[in-house]
Design a protein around this ligand. Structure first.
Ligand code: FMN
Length: 201
């Protein structure tokens, strides 16, 4: 796969995560190593990665995720995205590897005003992790619903108070392949050349 293919076909994989095929932890290590190359504020390297393979811990985190998902999406209907997300919520604890990209925040409290530089010190790396996983033949999903119960996950994993979670990325072998670029809004809707322009109705 060339870079463009990796960049355009790294999808949020939920139903096609292989729950039964073990993942080589060394491949996950390599993906995190690649992710560490992402830019980060002040070159402080404030990110930290929790990689969960232990089945008991995965199940505990999965229970928190499912409860948070159910609370948030109780009335979400039965659309394709919700069904896919529900499937993942029901199986989160069974995904072979759960990866939590985190960031160390002094005192564990985010400052008032823009938090872009803090999150910018971990989220680009989290995306690099997903790209690296895709390039290595794995599949993953960017999820955040558990953050509604971030403290519960922190307690399960023994996280210090200054470690805040940015995402929860279940990682597995994909069932099949054939991931394709997603349909996105026309470029003219999102790209403003020189000055802000309202999209034509
Ligand atoms: C900030 C963010 C939060 C997300 N949270 C969740 C989540 O909690 N659960 C989930 O199943 N998907 C989650 N997603 C995945 C999105 O639903 C997905 O990226 C979107 O539907 C586009 O699909 P694609 O990633 O396959 O292109 C999240 C994605 C992002 C970037």
């Amino acid at each position: 796969m060339d870079a463009a293919e990796v960049l355009t076909t790294t999808r949020t994989v939920r139903r096609r995560l292989d729950l039964n095929r073990p993942v080589d932890i060394d491949v996950v290590r390599d993906c995190v190593r690649v992710a560490q190359q992402a830019p980060n504020g002040g070159d402080r390297e404030a990110s930290a990665w929790i990689v969960i393979t232990d089945p008991v811990l995965r199940e505990k985190v999965g229970v928190v995720y499912r409860a948070a998902f159910t609370a948030r999406h109780r009335d979400a209907g039965d659309g394709r995205l919700v069904r896919s997300a529900r499937h993942l919520a029901e199986n989160m604890g069974r995904v072979p590897v759960l990866v939590l990209p985190c960031v160390r925040v002094p005192g564990g409290r985010f400052p008032a005003g823009s938090q872009a530089s803090l999150w910018g010190s971990v989220l680009p790396a989290a995306w690099s992790y997903m790209l690296a996983a895709r390039a290595a033949g794995l599949a993953a999903a960017w999820t955040t619903v558990h953050l509604d119960a971030e403290d519960e996950v922190a307690a399960i994993l023994g996280l210090p108070a200054d470690v805040r979670q940015g995402a929860l990325i279940p990682t597995a072998h994909p069932i099949g392949d054939g991931f394709r670029p997603a349909r996105r809004r026309p470029l003219g809707d999102v790209l403003h050349l020189n000055q802000w322009t309202e999209a034509q109705p």
